[in-house]
Design a protein around this ligand. Structure first.
Ligand code: HSE
Length: 432
């Protein structure tokens, strides 16, 4: 049988999963690729580090040049996270004539145009299925299977760590820190989980999906974003009592005013598919103008789900499929125009508002008046029991009818000026 030699750079959580699939299931990959994928080198930074992965002698090296200089190695899974040295390594590998497979969404979101242009100049390819939603084949689906459509909207749960944390907090009543620690132990989180919980990781993934789905080049750090790290558990309880779960949603909608993109925690009604996505699972709901709504669900983080996507890309690259699509997709080409993003204030939707107010006559009337001044209609009001009966402060939750986000922001700013309203207001969108 024909043989394609491959290499792995980086033997962390994902790299060790990829090594395991290639070494333990070589017969399966050979059957699907019609050739053997022969693992020739695994490059690590520190040879002395203890590792879970058991590799045959002679595979491990700390010398990247061994891969670059080996003309037999055609495909390299570049699995180092972060920007540098990942970017330089990728450029060196491309210059060395290697086709790349990567899971590094931060690098693509930041330096996609440079890397893809370089690959095109050199006649090489970059495959990146694992960079968004781990084991869910969303990149292939949007860029190939749905290519007859104009995508009109996309809503996703794209960060497994955040979803694990909110699931544990809301459904298992566990504290934030403990849930995050468990997600890290299970290998879902990035080395530094800040970008998981502050919405950056989801924004990077959304930028990649927006590029594929809407043909638009978007800078990930221009996407308005909020993570789960500022959520209060009481809002999860109140939302739960109202029949909602709070989820970190990556949201994209094509409108007449431009592309609306945002990453933010939202209330999702129990029973809707996105509300039922638990633990480290990811999900994406895509609407195409021809196909209608399509829903993808699966494990978006972790060793073997991510390795599953990486090895599939390695097979596609070895077989030659990636080279074909890479050429036609023109990803991140300088020729693709930057898209105008719509003003987030133009978003229309229902909101969950929680104010901490003094428990006295006339307060609700003042709140309702200021909301009415901004054309915001109230769907329901709930006054909850005070945490501390003696301080006379009570949480009031107001659910609005569909309103312009700009108006909601204005009304909330006015309400916060009232002497009967205390600090700590919460404002969350409700996914329609
Ligand atoms: N850290 C990411 C997550 C997985 O928690 O979803 C890799 O993208």
């Amino acid at each position: 049988m024909e043989k394609t030699e491959v290499a792995i750079v980086g033997l962390g959580t994902v790299g060790s999963g990829v090594a395991r699939l290639l070494l333990d299931h070589g017969d399966r990959t050979a059957r699907h690729a019609g050739r053997t994928l022969w693992l020739s080198h695994v490059v690590v930074r520190d040879l002395s580090r203890e590792r879970d992965a058991q590799l045959p002698d002679g595979l491990l090296t700390d010398d990247l040049q061994r891969v670059i200089a080996d003309p037999n190695v055609k495909v390299v899974a570049q699995l180092i996270g972060g920007i540098e040295p990942a970017r330089s390594i990728m450029l060196q590998l491309l210059a060395g004539g290697k086709d790349i497979v990567t899971a590094n969404k931060a690098l693509l979101a930041e330096h996609g145009p440079e890397l893809f242009d370089r690959a095109r100049q050199l006649g090489r390819s970059i495959a990146f299925e694992a960079s968004v939603a781990g084991g869910i084949p969303i990149i292939t689906n949007i860029s190939q299977c749905l290519s007859a459509n104009q995508v009109t909207s996309l809503r996703g749960i794209l960060n497994g760590t955040s979803n694990f944390v909110v699931t544990r907090m809301q459904q298992n009543n566990q504290p934030y820190e403990k849930s995050l620690h468990r997600a890290q132990q299970l290998g879902f989180a990035e080395a530094d989980p800040t970008q998981d919980v502050d919405g950056s990781d989801s924004a990077q993934k959304l930028a990649i999906l927006a590029h594929l789905g809407f043909g638009a080049r978007v800078r990930w750090n221009e996407i308005p974003r909020r993570g789960i790290d500022t959520l209060d558990k009481t809002d999860m309880n109140y939302a739960g009592q109202l029949g909602y779960r709070i989820k970190l949603i990556a949201f994209a909608l094509n409108t007449d005013q431009g592309l609306q993109l945002t990453v933010t925690p939202m209330l999702v009604e129990v029973g809707k598919p996105l509300a039922e996505v638990r633990e480290n699972f990811n999900a994406i709901s895509v609407v195409g103008d021809a196909v209608g709504p399509v829903f993808f669900h699966g494990q978006g983080a972790g060793r073997m789900p991510t390795a599953s996507a990486v090895v599939a890309d390695m097979i596609d690259t070895a077989v030659g499929r990636t080279a074909l699509t890479f050429k036609t997709l023109e990803l991140w080409s300088e020729g693709v125009p930057r898209v105008e993003m719509a003003d987030p204030g133009d978003l229309r939707g229902q909101f969950y508002l929680r104010f901490n107010v003094r428990d006295e006559p006339g307060v609700l009337g003042q709140l309702a008046g200021l909301l009415g001044d901004e054309e915001i209609s109230i769907a329901s009001v709930f006054q909850h029991t005070a945490d501390n009966e003696d301080d006379g402060v009570v949480p009031v939750v107001i659910m609005t009818r569909a309103s312009l986000e700009r108006n909601v922001n204005k009304a909330v700013a006015e309400i916060e000026k009232l002497s009967c309203v205390f600090a700590g207001t919460e404002r969350l969108r409700i996914l329609d």
